[in-house]
Design a protein. Sequence first.
Length: 680
Amino acid sequence: MPDEGDAHEPVVCAEIPRARTGRPTVGPPRRAADIGRHTVDAIAAPAAFLATESHWGPEQGAVFAVLVAVAVAVLRRHRGDSLFVVTVSTSIVAFHSASAIAFGEGRAFYFPELVINAAAFIVCAGSLAIGRPVTEAVCRRAGVEPDRTAGDPAARRRHRRLTAGWTALWVSHLVPLCYLYAVDSVVGLTLLSALFAKPTLLLMAGFTVLAVRRGTPPGRPRQPAGARAHRGALPCPRNPPQRGPGMNRPSILRQAADMWTGRRAPTSMVEPTLTHAEEVADGVLMVPGFGHAFAIRHADGVVLFDTGAALFADRLHDQVTAWDSRPLTHAVYSHGHVDHVGGLGRFDADADVQDRPRPVVIAHENVLTRFRRYATTQGYNTVINRRQFRMPDLVWPTEFRHPDVTVTDTHVIEVGGLRLELTHHRGETDDHLVGFLPEQRILFPGDLFLGVAPNAGNPQKVQRHPVEWAAALRRMASLDARLMLGSHGIPVVGSGPVREALENTARYLETLVEQTIAHLNDGATLTETVHRVRVPDDLAELHYLQPLYDEPEFVVRNVWRQFAGWYDGNPAHLKPATDEQLAAELAMLSGGAQVLADRALDLARAGSHRLACHLAQLAGDAAPADTAVHTVRAEVYSLRAAQEHSTMSTGIFTWAEAESRGVIAGTDAMTELAPAAPAR
């Protein structure tokens, strides 16, 4: 939580540039002019040694070099450099000079430099070999990188690359140093040190700090005592609320790191371990749910990105107001699905009781069309969502909190020092908005990134848009976000992992689209296409592309529908008989519905589940009231559901089992499903 200010000073929650961390902060020069000045300072002593050594010998040159180093140190101290830095610089020159005096030859002035380069190379290469890149420890010790990134896989990968770069740099110094030392070229050694070694060290140090700072996810540095807010800082409440019991549980970001490194795997689109709200970035509260909501603090109150489901509205209100009790000024619907638009009831009620404006709700204009469609198809949506989520008591809503502001393409919320950029993209829906905080580089992709395979083929829902979805993912990747907070699943931390996750998800959709259209153009039927399209192995193994909600073959069907219509290429399906007529004819030819059912059970027990379901369904259609047939049909679909992983397949096959159990018991699917319904 933020520190409390005194009676006259606000607490500042936004990141304070170069805030003190309680230990020396070592960083590179911040301007090109500083690089030049530090380079000149670094080569002054070697240049003095070279000029003097050539006339009076190495001993006199060494003494003169030390005098010049002291003079430079006094000047640098006067310009504000720390005593520690100038002392180290002077000591290095003294070490070089002592070597020249001890060996009595000019090249010996650079013997310590040769030793330092060799030792640095060994340390860097050795740290890579043991998997603990040295730049990681150095950057944390120097205050360049916060301790909270310890164990972050993105940080570890970044430091492997940086340490490899430093290893190559030391090699590029060491090889010419050894050669020039061997041929006793003092001039060459001086020029190498002055014109190559020192500048490249400064540039590499600057690059290292820049790479670390740009790749580190936003966090909350401690505010120095007495510090005032810089421009754009967000003042917190004077008496910020303390965390509740849930807020002290294992960090959401730690779980994100574990997920990225493979120490854990996703279990579904809804992560059961995400149960309590947590501040995951400076001024950003994540409130987990079936659909997550994100509260963003600003000077005048709070903005919500997504509002969760109505079922969890009370919990959302309690957790957000416990974190910041000031008014909710704005709310954004990433899209119009009910698990994103249901949480504003108590916030509106608060505003009414306090006689202040209700929060301004912002959504894409197609959200209104969606709400009208939901009202028109309320019965259908009730049935399919009971089936998909195995929730027999679900009743689809028909009334929603409508947006106050609708967006066509882009929109910017600017309030209380906060800038939240919104852009429209078609993907899972046609009404989707993506949010981005440019100052903190935090991305809110909504449902365009789920932490599992994209919901781009849902068999019971309206058209998805995988082509535009892939384009949206690539545009989001170009934003170079440091933290991605999707409305489902676990966050992704670090600019590298965020970009990688978005680009690989784009590739996943692109390859499914390209393969489907290729087979379509070759004249294949839909069924042939479904069985031919494959996800590449390098994508199929990624944890965030596992088919735990939707599946690749459903995406193929959705692409077919988008580009080719509903005809599947089988002429018998153009104007078909009823299912019952076809089933009765096949049952008669095969010796009865029970024969079909028995064969289906044999196939299912042998693991041939696709074919088994065809025969079990034919048997049930041929004998809709036969309890023996439906006993088999229930077992076949039970076996099929048990070996499925996606929400879509498991829901439909479990519902089919419940239908047959309803025939056996004289009830219906909803009654039979109720005892086995998943906890919510």
